[in-house]
Design a protein around this ligand. Structure first.
Ligand SMILES: Cc1ncc(COP(=O)(O)O)c(C=O)c1O
Length: 394
């Protein structure tokens, strides 16, 4: 995570000077900055990405029992908040070239009860957005874009975060524009925006230009407003985002170039999209440039002192919350509307997920360590036959 500089500290100080650490206008400044950046009409800051997603699923005005397509390979918050509104996640496979939703699988899982789809530019990769957006249009699905990994990414020169009927960013401390804890909900639809306010922002209900302002004395019982300290950190992070992203990118491209010599897919930019590097994952493919499996690469890299791991998001559909039926306590629907979530299956996703290797993101202009990683990659890449024999016999 980025460290606090003078800018962050003095802007936090000014909240105390203004004697307003709860509803300070810095929250609206942060929203304005996001609106301008994403070119969205409305933005509502939240206390975290999870609650922004919770508000998003509520604001879409779906009815209990409606189903939503969502990747099984994502962070839990892309899916679980919908269940508090009685919305049923239908998990889908990810494809192996760009890690987006698998078109064949979402077609197979679609049925007339499916009303929306969650798209997640995983690790910062927008991937096959176009195919998924076309599918959503064809089936008249609402789109929730969970852009939590992808601050600054673009698809066809449009900012990621501008493709959803509602889009959400997490501003949690590890993210590319961290606020400590925070989330941002963006939409061009006034009704969705107003509903999100109604869901969790008591200070704005009174400002609503609709009969819903009558709920200002009670709200709907949920409070999701961001703290000004977080908003202040988030605003400073956003100002530095492009510069920080550019440094990460130039480092990660150097790492990618080294790995691509040995047949890795590093999910580098295509003519359609420009990614960001929330995390750097790469997948060794067995071909004439590479004979080592992901596990063998990890072993060899670890023995060279590299800090690598196999990321493997635990697939959501396999988690006890789903397989043991605990989810029904949240969903509170008639059993006939609750699907069975069985472990297993999802072979495509399991394969690609099991072959990813996570490297550190090199975030600074000091690249000595990066150079050492690149040397290690070449050393292993040139000695694959020997390494394979050693590992097979060990
Ligand atoms: C893809 C994704 N969506 C949503 C979230 C939830 O955000 P938060 O931690 O701010 O609640 C995260 C957090 O890691 C995430 O990775």
């Amino acid at each position: 995570m980025a460290s606090a500089g003078q800018g962050e500290l003095s802007s936090i100080n000014s909240l105390f000077e203004d004697a307003n650490i709860s509803t300070h206008p810095i929250i609206r400044e942060l929203e304005k900055a996001y609106r301008e950046r994403i070119r969205s009409k409305y933005a509502l800051a939240h206390n975290n990405g999870t609650s922004a997603l919770m508000a998003a699923f509520w604001a879409l005005d779906l009815k209990p029992g409606d189903q939503i397509l969502v990747p099984t390979a994502t962070f839990w918050a892309s899916a679980l908040p919908m269940m508090w509104h009685g919305l049923v996640p239908i998990f889908c496979e990810s494809e192996d070239t760009e890690l987006g939703l698998d078109l064949e699988d979402i077609r197979a899982k679609w049925n007339p009860n499916v009303k929306a789809i969650v798209i997640v530019p995983l690790w910062g990769i927008p991937g096959n957005y176009e195919a998924i957006l076309n599918f959503a249009k064809e089936k008249r699905l609402l789109i929730i874009e969970d852009a939590s990994h992808a601050h600054g990414a673009q698809f066809k020169n449009k900012p990621v975060g501008s493709f959803g009927d509602i889009s959400v960013f997490s501003l949690q401390g590890d993210k590319l524009a961290p606020a400590g804890e925070g989330g941002m909900l963006l939409t061009n639809n006034l009704e969705y925006y107003n509903k999100a306010i109604l869901f969790g922002d008591i200070t704005r209900i009174v400002e609503l230009d609709t009969p819903d302002s009558r709920f200002a004395a009670t709200s709907f019982g949920v409070k999701t407003r961001i703290a000004p300290v977080s908003a202040s950190i988030g605003l400073n992070s956003l100002k530095k985002l492009d510069e920080r992203n550019a440094i990460r990118k130039s480092n990660m491209i150097r790492l990618s170039e080294a790995l691509e010599n040995y047949g890795f897919n590093c999910y580098t930019d295509t003519e359609n999209w420009s990614r960001t590097y929330f995390e750097f994952v790469a997948r060794p493919q067995l071909n004439n440039k590479n004979k080592l499996t992901a596990t063998e690469w990890v072993k060899a890299l670890l023995s060279e002192g590299c800090d690598v791991s196999e990321p493997r998001y635990p697939l959501l559909h396999e988690q006890p919350f789903f397989t043991e039926g605990a989810y029904k306590k949240v969903l509170r629907l008639d059993d006939s509307l609750c699907p069975e979530y069985n472990p297993g299956g999802f072979d495509k996703t399991r394969k690609v997920n099991g072959e990813l290797i996570k490297f550190p993101c090199f975030t600074t202009t000091h690249t000595d360590l990066l150079d050492e990683y690149i040397d290690a990659i070449h050393k292993i890449g040139r000695s694959q036959d020997v390494i394979k024999t050693i590992l097979e016999n060990s």
